[in-house]
Write a new protein. Structure first.
Length: 439
């Protein structure tokens, strides 16, 4: 007798606990289960995010739907749609989504890449949390929203939704005290209605690994049970707003974090562990990694270690045009110059670099391999990359999509763990953890 358990061993086939429960006919269940799992064997979840605003960047920075490397990804997520004034799924950029056929062309990726699962993300930083909070407050509004999502998924033949509510329960983001409960209701009811529709649409939630936000807005165990996958944001844990230089996706607590007590547990490892300890199954976890760096202006060019005092954000890049933020495509060539010093955080397992008063913490092949090892060691369900348009997709520093390609190849590799014995890449030239390299 097959028992329904909350495991995503079946989720690659769309057979999570909640879907398993809905199958009353055991003969039908067995047939569907076997058919699905034939398709699922060997599947790994490498999710790539596509941002619609990247199309408007100048010159070589313009990233279009036809630039998406569907051969490298198992899933692609379209960022973003929103919640409208009538508590339904709304378009944030209708001139692109509809007039320029953005959604239609996105859905057509399946014609070129039949293996792809295509999702749409709802929310995001600019969207805020107020509309989510208002929509989720009442069941009638939640039903309106879920119904509009279902019609949308039918219309564009998509495979699911990622809820990017930043952040439930946080007053500074338009939240309310009851958000913690109503977010759970929303995810649970969405899964139930998807199931009743007879579709294997994914319900994905994006959540922080910043422990200061978790208790306020998330019933961790229940949310993980209700969702099919949980995308954990393993980046942006530091930035120029903190007034000290640091990598923004450290895997563990470093000595300098102990000096600043509020940062002792603000790292990927501690944040994810909090979710696991509070009942989130590792098979449902998809860890997010960044294809961008966070930049700073040093107060003193001679004080350039992690924790150095900073006086603001680094200069904006030519494409992203955002202070304190550079896509890999905007700095991968610069840091190979003789005026840059490249370093490695031995504990956080991330690279950083500096030149005069400019300091940047980022990801490269070495740090991404460390995160792949971490994901495999913990038995997580997958990895996601944010975002494709920030990688060196034109190949200005070598092969196009170097970081995306590295993640896809090495995460799909059946080898359990890979050690980085001899390191060489386009972004750092040294073969020990301790040495500093002047090029």
């Amino acid at each position: 007798l097959l028992h329904c358990r909350g495991t995503t061993r079946w989720s690659g086939c769309g057979l999570t606990y909640r879907r398993c429960q809905s199958v009353n006919n055991m003969k039908v269940f067995v047939q569907v289960f076997l058919l699905c799992c034939v398709a699922w064997v060997g599947e790994t979840r490498f999710v790539c995010h596509y941002t619609t605003w990247s199309r408007d960047r100048p010159d070589e920075g313009s990233f279009q739907i036809n630039d998406i490397p569907g051969n490298l990804c198992s899933h692609v997520v379209y960022n973003f749609l929103g919640v409208n004034e009538t508590y339904q799924l709304g378009l944030l950029q209708p001139e692109y989504d509809i007039d320029e056929r953005g959604l239609e062309r996105f859905a057509a990726l399946k014609e070129q890449f039949p293996h792809l699962k295509l999702l749409v993300a709802v929310g995001g930083w600019a969207h805020g949390g107020a509309k989510f909070s208002e929509m989720a407050k009442f069941r009638t509004r939640r039903n309106q929203f879920i119904g509009s999502v279902m019609r949308f998924l039918h219309q564009y033949r998509l495979d699911g939704i990622e809820l990017v509510w930043l952040y439930p329960g946080n007053f500074d983001r338009g939240g309310a005290v009851e958000d913690k409960d109503t977010f759970l209701y929303l995810v649970t009811e969405m899964g139930k209605l998807f199931r009743e529709e007879g579709k294997l649409w994914e319900v994905v939630i994006q959540v922080p690994v910043d422990v200061s936000r978790m208790a306020v807005g998330y019933h961790q165990e229940a949310l993980c049970e209700a969702a099919d996958f949980v995308h954990m944001v393993g980046y942006d844990l530091r930035g120029w707003w903190n007034n000290f230089a640091d990598v923004h996706s450290p895997l563990a607590t470093r000595p300098n974090d102990l000096v600043m007590e509020s940062f002792e547990h603000i790292n990927v490892g501690d944040g994810v562990e909090d979710w696991l300890t509070n009942g989130c199954p590792p098979e449902k976890v998809t860890l997010g990694v960044a294809l961008f760096g966070r930049t700073y202006l040093l107060d003193d060019p001679l004080d350039n270690t992690i924790g150095a005092v900073t006086v603001g954000a680094g200069d904006p890049g030519p494409y992203t045009n955002e202070p304190g933020y550079l896509g890999y495509c905007e700095f991968c060539h610069n840091i190979t110059g003789s005026d840059w010093t490249l370093k490695w955080d031995d504990v956080g397992l991330c690279p950083y670099a500096y030149s005069e008063t400019t300091w940047i913490g980022y990801e490269n092949e070495r740090s991404l391999q460390e995160k792949i090892n971490y994901v495999k060691r913990k038995g997580f369900g997958g990895i996601y990359a944010f975002s494709l348009d920030l990688d060196d997709y034109r190949g200005g520093c070598g092969e196009p999509f170097p970081l995306t390609r590295f993640l896809s190849k090495n995460y799909h590799d059946e080898t359990k763990i890979k050690e980085w014995h001899v390191f060489s890449s386009t972004t750092e030239k040294k073969d020990t953890d301790q040495s500093e390299v002047k090029q």
